[in-house]
Ligand binder design. Structure first.
Ligand SMILES: Nc1ncnc2c1ncn2[C@@H]1O[C@H](COP(=O)(O)OP(=O)(O)OP(=O)(O)O)[C@@H](O)[C@H]1O
Ligand SMILES: [Mg+2]
Length: 416
């Protein structure tokens, strides 16, 4: 039995999960803790002491339930500064075909990371998408094959350097060590997407409270990663403003009566609210509430589409459609809204692939946390030589890359 633990630091909540990997490789969730996020905003630490306290609360609860101490954890990283690029590169190896080994791939990854360096940003991951060997396209794993020239497309994800440093500091100040860092939307994708969806092409959207992060998969690998710095909290604030009520009331109204598609709400439906300064409750139209919600959703999706367009993504090639997860996926009518907005099939993504505490974690709001423990467990099964360490190597120069690269083959199959 091996233990893995993960921390998802969201805008609304901090979640700590403890998992146990049994001898068959199955992952059992044995502890879970949650605390309201304070001093954290859209992936950033805004007040260190409050953020550390939130983390400690979540971790304490998870530890008590699991009966073990959390020390070395996997951390999710998200934020508006996330951006990705695909670096294509060709390297001549020899005039005669020779056997391709991991060092060739390592060099290609290194070059992609070097080229994508940017001041104020840190590379969080560099994942080869596909290879071309001489003129042969569509090579998934070139190691062991013969060739004289190799090309690769490497998906590089970067994040603001100070965001990363401050989130790391928060975890260290809470007395824990970080084993690995993963991009939060990639973790969510791990928890909710099927390998077939990744292969056929899918857009994963994790819509939380402050962030709407996304990953596009095509041909089984990540194509574009990004984030819109808006989420369910913006909707709540709009409702509060429009109805002249406080955020707490607005949140309750959104959850209990909210709907994402105004045209599907009947004119006659009324809901009761008590606006500021009013003695008595008044009734307002539920259709109007849905309009307020829909306007903000349209703005978020417009920005998301803009980011996808700027990266050249053709939504029509995403045959598996859209998978929506994150707490805001629970908004009534959001599946219909997205289907109409994008004219693509949409499903709500519930985290899968874990045993234990199932009823509790099978909630879109826990997709990132579940995905993080799943990635941690996968990394364990790769004998701690996971390619994600490979990604970290690019940043931290702390691991033996050749050992890691020896696992590249399983990585390409398993992680993506
Ligand atoms: N039933 C519901 N209907 C509508 N919205 C909901 C419902 N349940 C939760 N939400 C919304 O989900 C959001 C929280 O989602 P989630 O827990 O995924 O966010 P987070 O991970 O804390 O934040 P982020 O990932 O954006 O930093 C809140 O804005 C909340 O209002
Ligand atoms: Mg989140």
């Amino acid at each position: 039995m091996k233990l893995v633990s993960a921390l998802d630091v969201g805008t609304s909540k901090v979640v700590a999960l403890v998992g146990e990997v049994d001898t068959y490789g199955d992952l059992h969730i044995i502890g879970m803790g949650e605390a309201p996020a304070r001093g954290i905003d859209r992936g950033h630490v805004t007040r260190l002491d409050l953020a550390v306290t939130s983390v400690l609360r979540a971790v304490k609860e998870a530890q008590e339930i699991a009966g073990v101490k959390l020390s070395n954890l996997v951390l999710g990283i998200s934020g508006a500064s996330i951006k990705s690029q695909n670096e294509r590169d060709t390297m001549s190896i020899s005039s005669q075909p020779v056997e391709i080994d991991y060092s060739h791939i390592e060099r290609l990854i290194d070059r992609a990371v070097m080229r994508s360096r940017e001041e104020g940003y840190q590379v969080l991951s560099a994942i080869p998408r596909k290879f071309v060997l001489d003129e042969q396209e569509g090579i998934i794993d070139p190691v062991g094959l013969l060739g004289s020239k190799i090309s690769a497309e490497v998906h590089v994800v970067k994040v603001g350097a100070s965001l990363l440093k401050n989130v790391e500091k928060m975890v260290l100040n809470a007395g824990m060590e970080i084993w690995k860092k993963f991009l939060s939307p990639l973790a969510s994708a791990e928890a909710v997407l099927t390998p077939e969806e990744k292969e056929e092409g899918a857009l994963l959207i994790d819509m939380g409270a402050g962030l709407t992060a996304f990953v596009v998969f095509s041909e089984g690998a990540t194509l574009v990663t990004g984030c819109v710095p808006m989420g369910g909290l913006n909707i709540t604030k709009d409702i509060a403003h429009f109805m002249k009520i406080n955020s707490e009331q607005a949140e309750k109204i959104k959850v209990e009566n909210g709907y994402a598609l105004a045209e599907e709400v009947n004119e006659s439906e009324r809901i009761k609210i008590r606006p500021r300064g009013e003695e008595k409750e008044v009734t307002v139209s539920r259709k109007q509430l849905a309009e307020v919600i829909q306007i903000r959703l349209e703005e978020i999706m417009e920005r998301l589409t803009g980011l996808l367009n700027s990266q050249g993504v053709d939504l029509n090639t995403l045959h598996a459609g859209i998978v929506l997860t994150g707490g805001s996926a629970k908004l009534a009518g959001i599946k219909d809204f997205l289907e109409r907005y994008f004219d693509l099939p949409v499903r709500i993504g519930y985290p899968t692939g874990v045993i234990g505490l199932r009823e509790k974690v099978q909630d879109p709001a826990y997709a990132t946390a579940v995905g993080l423990v799943r990635l941690a467990s996968k990394s364990l099964s790769l004998d701690r030589r996971s390619p994600n360490l490979l990604q970290e190597k690019k940043v931290e120069s702390s691991v033996n890359l050749s050992l890691i690269l020896s696992k590249l083959k399983s990585f390409l199959k398993d992680i993506m």
